[in-house]
Ligand binder design. Structure first.
Ligand code: DX5
Ligand code: ZN
Length: 222
């Protein structure tokens, strides 16, 4: 199983975005988590297609695009054109989750289902065959810098078991929200393999901060 830290660009300093992304990539960062917000599904508005397209020109990182958007099926082909490789959509934001996942696969991207903290795992039951990754929110989506919700540790464990029992041990588990020095080990131990870290990476020297977390996750790589 692949283990990666996915820094969340939402916490970047947009005055020097290019420099920070370059520093991350030069430090060995392979995944970039890109939070798209529409001001409807979540209160805030972040950035969209032009920004993603622009950073794609200078980056070889894997673009993990987290759609915090109502009816995200509307943007599947746009996101593909901008260079997204993994597109994750909230189960709560899709009237027809199965169809949206199918659209993502047909567009040639990897597909992910995102669950808010209060959403039960059972919504995944009939879509696992179209899912490459499940993203468990460990904060309520919308803002960086919130505290990890401890109840999610049990949810990660439950999901890892559910995926194994259902015959899908290769589906990735990503965790997003409040991952930092204090919580990272708990999240890894529970069974997640892709860890989003926003404020924890961007609050200091991004290379040093990334390397600190990458060093911790490295122990889990075989
Ligand atoms: C929150 C976003 C996250 C956010 C994480 O709604 O989906 O990706 O940037 O930020 P931290 O790591 O600071 O909790
Ligand atoms: Zn996110």
């Amino acid at each position: 199983m692949e283990y990666q830290i996915a820094p969340s660009m939402l916490s970047a300093d947009f005055n020097i975005l290019g420099e920070q992304l370059k520093a991350l990539e030069e430090s060995g960062c392979k995944w970039l988590h890109i939070d798209v917000m529409d001001g409807m599904f979540v209160p805030s508005i972040s950035f969209g297609m032009p920004v993603i397209k622009s950073i794609r020109k200078n980056s070889n990182m894997y673009f993990d695009v987290h759609m915090m958007v109502e009816d995200p099926g509307r943007y599947v082909s746009d996101m593909k054109e901008c260079g997204a490789q993994m597109l994750t959509v909230h189960a709560e934001a899709c009237k027809h989750l199965d169809r949206v996942l199918q659209q993502i696969k047909e567009a040639g991207m990897k597909s992910g289902v995102v669950l808010n903290p209060a959403t039960p795992l059972s919504v995944l039951d009939y879509v696992l065959d179209k899912t490459d990754m499940v993203l468990l929110m460990s904060v309520n989506p919308g803002f960086g810098g919130q505290s990890y919700l401890p109840a999610i540790t049990g949810k990660i464990k439950e999901l890892r078991k559910k995926l194994d029992d259902a015959g899908y041990p290769d589906i990735y588990i990503e965790v997003d929200g409040g991952v930092n020095e204090k919580t990272i080990n708990e999240v890894l131990e529970a069974g997640a393999n892709i860890l989003v870290a926003g404020s924890a990476v961007f609050k200091g020297n991004v290379s040093e901060r990334f390397k600190l977390f990458d060093g911790i996750i490295d122990a889990y790589r075989k």
